[in-house]
Design a protein around this ligand. Structure first.
Ligand SMILES: N[C@@H](CCC(=O)N[C@@H](CS)C(=O)NCC(=O)O)C(=O)O
Length: 246
C-alpha cells in the first residue's frame, strides 16, 4: 500500500498526486497538521517538508526524489522521455519550476488580505479538536508568513520571478497552449510547471478553486495572467492531462 503524507493545498503535494494518478497507482493520503507535521516528517524522512511517500518498504521525501522514484519503479505511462537530450531538458525544467514554485507561493501569500478562505481550504480536512484547530489559525497565519519569507521586498521579487517562469513556459511552447514543454508528450516538466503554477489559475476541482482573499488590484493582475498563453496552458494541461480521482 502507498501512503502520501501531505497537505491538501500544497502545490508540491499536488505535483506528486498528479504523478501517482497519471501512472494509475493507488494511494491513500495522510493529511498532517501544518506545523505539527514536522515531528512526523523528521521521523519519516529526516526532512521538514511534505510531500513524503511511503511506497511499500521504500520511503521518500521531496517531490523531485519521489518523481524519480516513481519513474524508476513504475515504467508505465513514463514522464521522462527516452531520448537523452529531451530527458536532460525535462529534468532541467523540472528543477527550474521547482524553484519557481517557491515564488508562486510567496507572491500568493503576499496578496492575501482576508485569510478566512485560505484557512478554510488549509484546515477543513482536520478534526476541530474541541475548537483548537480554529484557535490555532492566527499562529498558522503568522507561521506561514515567517516560514515563506512573506515580506514586501521578497514578495515584489517573487512577482518578477513568477513572471519570468511564465515567459519560460511561453518560450517552450512557442506561445501555443496546446503544446508541451518538451517534445510531443506530457512530461515531468509539464506536470511540475502546471502543478506549481496552478494556485495562480485555480483550475476547477483543485484545492485552490474558491480560495480568495486578495484585493481588486491583484485580481486585475491575475486576469492578465489568465489571458496569457502560459495561463491558458496551465488550464489546458489540467483539462486534458490531469487524471481525475474517481
Ligand atoms: N522541495 C520540496 C518543497 C516542498 C515544500 O516546500 N513543501 C511545503 C508545503 S508547499 C512544506 O512542507 N512546508 C512546511 C514546512 O516547511 O514546515 C519538494 O519538492 O518536496
Amino acid at each position: 500500500m502507498r501512503t502520501l503524507y501531505q497537505f491538501p493545498i500544497s502545490h508540491y503535494c499536488e505535483k506528486t498526486r498528479w504523478h501517482l494518478e497519471h501512472k494509475g497507482l493507488d494511494y491513500q493520503v495522510a493529511n498532517l497538521f501544518p506545523g505539527l507535521h514536522r515531528f512526523k516528517s523528521k521521523r519519516l524522512a529526516g526532512i521538514v517538508t511534505l510531500p513524503i511517500l511511503q511506497d511499500g518498504a521504500t520511503r521518500i521525501g521531496d517531490s523531485t526524489a519521489i518523481a524519480l522514484h516513481l519513474e524508476q519503479a513504475y515504467p508505465q505511462q513514463p514522464l521522462l522521455p527516452e531520448d537523452a537530450d529531451q530527458r536532460a531538458a525535462v529534468l532541467e525544467l523540472e528543477e527550474r519550476f521547482d524553484r519557481l514554485g517557491v515564488h508562486v507561493r510567496r507572491w500568493l501569500y503576499g496578496q492575501i488580505k482576508d485569510w478566512s478562505s485560505v484557512m478554510h481550504a488549509m484546515l477543513k480536512v482536520y478534526r476541530p479538536w474541541f475548537g483548537l484547530r480554529d484557535l490555532l489559525q492566527p499562529v498558522l497565519i503568522n507561521g506561514v508568513q515567517k516560514l515563506y519569507g512573506v515580506t514586501p521586498e521578497r514578495v515584489a521579487k517573487s512577482r518578477i520571478e513568477l513572471l519570468a517562469g511564465l515567459d519560460l513556459i511561453e518560450q517552450q511552447i512557442g506561445g501555443d497552449p496546446a503544446r508541451y514543454l518538451v517534445g510531443e508528450r506530457l512530461s515531468l516538466a509539464d506536470v511540475s510547471a502546471a502543478a506549481l503554477y496552478a494556485p495562480l489559475f485555480t483550475p476547477t476541482g483543485t484545492p485552490w478553486d474558491g480560495i480568495a482573499g486578495h484585493d481588486a488590484e491583484t485580481q486585475r493582475f491575475l486576469d492578465q495572467l489568465y489571458a496569457r498563453p502560459a495561463g491558458q496552458w496551465v488550464l489546458r494541461r489540467y483539462a486534458e492531462d490531469r487524471p481525475r480521482a474517481e
